[in-house]
Design a protein around this ligand. Sequence first.
Ligand code: F0G
Length: 433
Amino acid sequence: MLAELACFEQKCRASFPITETIYNCPKCGGLLEASFLEDRVEPQALKQLWRERRASNLALDQSGVWRYRELLPFDGYHRQAVSLREGDTPLLDAPRAAEYGGLNRIAFKHQGFNPTGSFKDNGMTCGVTQAVRLGRRRVACVSTGNTSASMAAYASAAGLDPIVFIPRGNISYGKLAQALEYGARTLQIDANFDQILALVRVLAERAGIYLLNSINPFRIEGQKTIIFELLDQRDWNPPDWIVLPGGNLGNTSAFGKALRELRRFGFITKMPRLAVIQAEGAAPFYEFMHGAGEFRSVTEPRTLATAIRIGDPVSWPKALYEVRESNGVVEKVSEQEIADAKAIIGRCGIGCEPASAATLAGIRKLTRSSTIRPDENVVAVLTGNVLKDPDYIYQYHTGQLKDPDGRPIEPRFGNQPVVVPNDPDAIAKILEG
Ligand code: F0G
């Protein structure tokens, strides 16, 4: 659809051409969003078209992002889309997790099924396509791991030059390995995510870099399709709640925008409530929502869920707006709660990375406080694949996992590997026990 860039600040709303390379409003410094210039959308016809595309062999129709291209700001340019068949992620029922979370039923929308194993692919296919549209050769991001893995893959697929900036020693090996394998120049810095993002924003202009962090509005556009697809899979029946982890809060912004657009264009009438879950040691958005004062960043964010180890989330003003619009809530969970919830998701045969498990841990807290009722319809979004962080898994199950303060995390649902002798009698005896 035809679109422009608009300042997200409701007082400003200055607008700019969709092909301008800007990340903040040049007038007031506010965040930017893609804003549609058309209102003529026929929801029934589009619902049918999108369903038909699932049976098509066209690459763009098979993508769970570009299938919904009518609600993306690429107006014809989608033919040049850089796609790795992202999206198309399943909705999985998980009775055991539902019971643990205090619910009658739960469904996980598992973004870990994406080509590079996280929800970042939904956004990156659009971000990199915009880089190509703008004729940019060099792209970069700061990342706790998943964004860099995704950007490296999409940029290399498009023949661009990817540069990733990561906090040294604070991303999982699975993610670092992906960035290397997909051919990104990988720069490790002794600083945290927030400090490196500030640095790269200064560097961007000087080094001719196109920035692909979630401050880039085209990333947010792609991530909207997680919600489009989720509702499509539910025959457009909105759940009561959509639960997701919160780090830099790009995904919260994307989900809220998707829901607002679907309501505005008549695809849905009921708005699901968003529940954003943060890790206790990196919970500036939670503290802000539960206090009366100004937004305060956390200088030294700490959590083993390294994906959401972010103390100064750039998208908080958008997230605030979206949580309010959806009558949503923000919760925080401890390291032990994340670790246990993660093991439960694993026992459902599903698995996910630590940040994703914050969802189930948060749901358990929210049902206990009667914020979510057991009979409500809940979808939790698992943001990353179980294999992203195998060290964490091994340490949890063998009782070696320690929180950032060095306190042991109890393996309440631990599953120790057992060393057995090379002897059938001895093994049979052990298996009987
Ligand atoms: N879950 C996972 C697995 C993530 O990788 C991230 C963010 C989040 C949740 C939080 O999403 O930032 O939109 O609130 N990872 C980023 C990265 C920051 O660099 O890969 P958010």
